[in-house]
Design a protein around this ligand. Structure first.
Ligand code: DX5
Ligand code: ZN
Length: 218
């Protein structure tokens, strides 16, 4: 099994101590800085935009993984790339032109991904398998950190893995929402390559140990 990556979500960090959070994530053994961008329209919550990503990128030695939960992402993907995002992922149901948005990210030399909420089928991303680098399977409904993992997501991760194997391209499976040290084993065994975790890392007594446990859960 290839190495599993952990992407701590800074949504669960102290927003007044973001520089410290990105430094800590590196020290704790995290691999990517997961940034949740919410616009209050696609999801019923607001977080932050390009200026914060730019500030984080300045302080971070780790790649920035931008998860856009915004409508019409094609209007902003280039700006997030310019701000320093290394992976830009958006929800296809939020976009008026998915292919174009993916192309804009690629043209900036960045990795692109598509995200699916629990009620959105894998068939929605099938037409774009030749373009994407990452499939992000939401294991909670996008909008808030600290929700409970939806167990049915495990089947979807397995189906995504088969779909990717059949297409013959290297596409990473990222799983986002309710990931803990307890369920990481099942998530990894279902086929996940990148595990996003917010609450279970930032509220852990020992975040470094939490990341180590998630990574060694196989
Ligand atoms: C939810 C976000 C997640 C969230 C994960 O909309 O996309 O990235 O921050 O947080 P936890 O691990 O607490 O569910
Ligand atoms: Zn996310």
């Amino acid at each position: 099994m290839s190495k599993v990556l952990v992407a701590p979500s800074i949504l669960s960090a102290d927003f007044c101590k973001m520089a410290e959070a990105v430094k800590n994530i590196k020290e704790w053994g995290g691999d990517l800085i997961h940034c949740d961008i919410m616009d209050g329209v696609f999801v019923p919550n607001f977080t932050f935009g390009m200026p914060m990503v730019k500030a984080l990128a300045k302080y971070s030695e780790l790649p920035i993984d931008a998860h856009l939960m915004i409508i019409e992402p094609e209007r902003y993907v280039e700006k997030f790339c310019d701000a320093g995002a290394d992976i830009v992922t958006f929800h296809p149901d939020a976009s008026k032109n998915v292919s174009k948005a993916l192309e804009l990210i690629k043209a900036k030399g960045k990795k692109c991904g598509l995200a699916l909420n629990p009620d959105k089928p894998l068939s929605m991303i099938e037409p774009y398998l030749d373009q994407i680098d990452v499939v992000l399977i939401m294991s909670v409904y996008a909008g808030f950190g600290g929700q409970r993992f939806i167990d049915e997501s495990l089947l979807k991760i397995g189906d995504a893995k088969s779909m990717i194997e059949n297409c013959g391209r290297k596409i990473l499976i990222e799983v986002d929402g309710g990931v803990t040290t307890e369920n990481a084993y099942h998530i990894i065994h279902s086929g996940a390559d990148i595990l996003v975790a917010g609450n279970s890392i930032f509220s852990a007594e020992n975040p470094k140990l939490a990341i180590t446990k998630i990574k060694s859960s196989h």
